[in-house]
Every structure is written in C-alpha cells, then in structure tokens.
Design a protein around this ligand. Structure first.
Ligand SMILES: Cc1cc2nc3c(=O)[nH]c(=O)nc-3n(C[C@H](O)[C@H](O)[C@H](O)COP(=O)(O)OP(=O)(O)OC[C@H]3O[C@@H](n4cnc5c(N)ncnc54)[C@H](O)[C@@H]3O)c2cc1C
Length: 383
C-alpha cells in the first residue's frame, strides 16, 4: 500500500494538472460561477480534449485506460483548482460505468468511444422525487411493448440530465407488480420523443456542472438498449456508486487541500495587532487540524482507490473515504472562512466563498453521510 504520492504513477498527473488547470480551467470556472446556472460546454470540451473525461474508460473504447489511483489523483487536482470541473469529468465516468461493467460489446461500442471524447454527454439517472436515499423505491416504468420498451416516469437531481445525449436510466419493469419491484436499467437516448431534460436553477455551488430533472413520457427505446439482467439494476447501481464514491472523496480532498493552502498563505500575509495572524495560536490550531484531516482524508481515498485497482471489495473503504473526506472538506472550508473572515465571506476577495458553496454537496450526492454510516456499520456488524 502506498500511503502517499506514488512518484511514478501520480507525480506526472499532478505535474500535468498543475500546469493545465490554473491557465485553462480555473479562470473559466470563476467566470461561469458568476453567471446563471448553465452547463460549461467550454470547460467540458477542454477536459475532454486533454483526455480527462475518458480518463479510466477502456483503451479499446477510446478511453485512457488509467487506474483508479491515477483517476483519484486527477480528480483531486482538478477539484483543487475548480471543484465543478472535477464533477464535469466524474459524471461522465459515473454514467458510463454501468455500460463498462454490465453492457454488451455492442452497447460498449455504441456509447463508450463518443463519451470518452466528450462528443456525447451521458447521465446517470437513478434518483426520483420519491426515491433518493431509498433508491430502490423506483416508480419509473420500463414496459415491454413488442419490439421495443416504453418508458414513463420522472428523475430528479440528475447531473447533466438537462444537457445529456443519453441517460442510463433505472426503473422497474411494468410487468413486476410486486410491492417492492426489482430495479432494472436501460440506456435512453435524449433525442427520443417524450424525453425532456430541464436545468434546476439556483444551485448553491457546483453551478456549471448542471443538475437536471428529466421527464419520460411514452419514450420508445429499442430492445438492444436494455442494460444487464432484468431485476439486477439495483445491484448494478450500488456497484457503480461504490466506485464513484472514491471520486467524490478525491474531489473533497482537493477542496480541503485548497482551503488549507489558501489559509496558510493568508495567515502569513494578514497583519493583526502588528504581526501576521499565523503567529496567533488560535489560527495555528485551526491550520494544524485542517492539515491533519486533509492528510487522513487523502490516505483513506488512496487506500480505497488502490483496493479497487487490485480488484478487491471496496464497499467499506469507499464509504469510509467518502464520509471522512467530505466531512473533512466541510471542516476545512469552514476554518478557511474563519481565518479569512470578512475577506473570505465576500467572493470578490478570495476563492474561499466559492469553495464553501462548492463543498457542501459532497456530503449529499452519491449517498448522504448518513447512508455512508449505514454502509460502514453494516460492514462492521456483518463481521
Ligand atoms: C447536486 C446534486 C447532484 C446529484 N446528482 C445525481 C445524479 O447524477 N444521479 C442521481 O441519480 N442522483 C443524483 N443526486 C441525488 C442524490 O444522490 C440524492 O439527493 C441523495 O441520495 C439523497 O436523496 P434525497 O435528496 O432524496 O434525500 P432523502 O433520501 O429524502 O434524505 C433526507 C434526509 O434523510 C436522511 N435519511 C434518509 N434515509 C435514511 C436512513 N435510512 N438512515 C438515516 N438517514 C436517512 C438522509 O441522509 C437525509 O439527511 C444528486 C443530488 C444533488 C443535490
């Protein structure tokens, strides 16, 4: 187990991101953040052109074929410079993951290469108005109608659901009339008649990696788009989310590290009572706590990524990494705000205000902190 940077694997990625992001990504992010919520096509295309959208997608299907540890490093760095950009990349990976893992060769050939290059924007559509944490409570119906399926229902809080070209959509088979129907999955093209995506406005942070609501009204989908085995969709979704949680943990580490670095810089510059505030023990303690949490969060994240690379079970490790890193990032943005005080609260003066808003959702999406605790406790009690 590598407990910190693996020079051969991770350092080139860090170097590349530190060269690329401050020039090409961060300024665009700051501009988009001040505009009404709309998808940052310009950033997405820059990321895709640099190979950061198809980073871990298989080489055979046009992706970079990178390992999870490399992916975690890339997402951490991207998030350090611009958290929403890390989401723009991570969502494509989340959405194609079920196709990578459970799709037929034909489905992979059809949907992966163009997703890897950013020509297609995919979405992962699991959550419904009445199926959030209780994701198995799907109301959307997938009805077998001869030579095609017909989809009816609604999805909410779907990343890129407003701009996607296709949505990996979870639902229940209309023929399953049991009280708790089993979940299935199907790839729904966004240009099919009856599919409509809407941008959800006034999001607190991560504004230009947009979140949508999708309506499906009698959407006809070819039979070949059915994904995996009927009734196995919940398992597919949970396996996908296990892997994706490592990405959110890495995103959180990037945010936390940025909050720490901004705080150290400011503590050395800001003079109060005739000396830099970094001389004050009250400020030193905040920085010490931040630095310790960042490091612990990073270690948990790398551990989970390495377990996935080794093909071991990540259910526990991914939840621990996501839970700890997202809460550590909240701690760090909060302390960064306190250290910057007035100059942190007003976005004109520092990035701390934006970091504070972008951070909050890391504790909500891909399973809330409460759900992560359920997963961790379940693992402990099963032992
Ligand atoms: C910006 C954003 C992007 C998102 N992107 C996607 C996406 O791309 N695709 C997708 O499918 N979904 C997406 N989601 C949905 C996200 O995964 C859900 O919001 C999340 O799972 C919580 O569901 P909920 O909001 O319905 O809250 P609820 O499930 O209603 O939970 C409300 C509260 O109750 C708690 N709670 C619920 N059940 C339990 C329990 N058993 N034990 C303890 N506490 C519990 C929760 O932790 C929470 O505090 C996104 C959400 C946001 C905000």
């Amino acid at each position: 187990m590598t407990y910190n940077l693996d020079p051969e694997l991770q350092q080139p990625i860090r170097d590349m991101m530190r060269e690329f992001c401050p020039k090409e990504i961060e300024p665009l992010g700051l501009k988009h953040d001040r505009e009404p919520d709309s998808f940052a096509h310009d950033i997405f295309q820059k990321l895709a052109a640099k190979g950061l959208v198809g980073f871990v997608m298989p080489k055979d299907y046009g992706g970079g074929g990178r390992k999870k540890l490399e992916y975690a490093t890339m997402i951490e760095e991207l998030s350090y410079f611009d958290p929403p950009s890390s989401l723009l990349s991570a969502v494509s990976q989340l959405a194609v993951d079920p196709i990578m893992n459970f799709g037929t060769p034909e489905q992979k050939q059809k949907w992966l290469p163009k997703s890897a290059t950013g020509e297609l924007i995919p979405a992962f559509a699991l959550t419904e108005p009445n199926a959030g944490s209780d994701a198995a409570n799907q109301a959307l119906t997938i009805k077998d109608d001869g030579d095609h399926y017909v989809i009816n229902g609604e999805k909410i809080f779907i990343m890129h659901g407003d701009v996607c070209h296709f949505a990996v959509t979870f639902g229940r088979l209309a023929s399953d009339t049991s009280e708790r129907p089993r979940v299935s999955a199907i790839i729904v093209p966004a240009d099919a008649e009856g599919f409509k995506g809407f941008t959800l406005q006034h999001k607190m942070g991560m504004k230009y990696a947009t979140t949508g609501r999708i309506e499906y009204k009698d959407v006809k989908v070819p039979k070949e788009n059915f994904l995996g085995e009927p009734g196995k969709g919940f398992k597919m979704a949970m396996i996908t989310l296990d892997g994706a949680r490592i990405g959110i943990a890495a995103q959180s580490v990037g945010i936390a590290q940025r909050a720490l670095d901004e705080s150290i810089k400011y503590a050395k510059e800001r003079i109060a009572f005739g000396a830099p505030i970094g001389k004050l023990q009250a400020i030193q303690w905040m920085i010490a706590d931040m630095a310790t949490k960042v490091e612990a969060a990073r270690l948990l994240t790398y551990k989970a990524a390495q377990l996935q690379d080794k093909g071991e079970s990540i259910n526990l490790a991914a939840s621990q990494a996501k839970l700890f890193a997202s809460e550590a990032s909240k701690f760090c943005v909060d302390r960064a705000m306190q250290i910057h005080s007035g100059y942190g609260y007003i976005g004109e003066f520092s990035v701390v205000e934006k970091l504070y808003r972008d951070q909050r959702v890391t504790e909500i999406y891909e399973g809330t902190s409460e759900i992560q605790r359920l997963v961790i406790a379940g693992n402990m009690l099963r032992k």
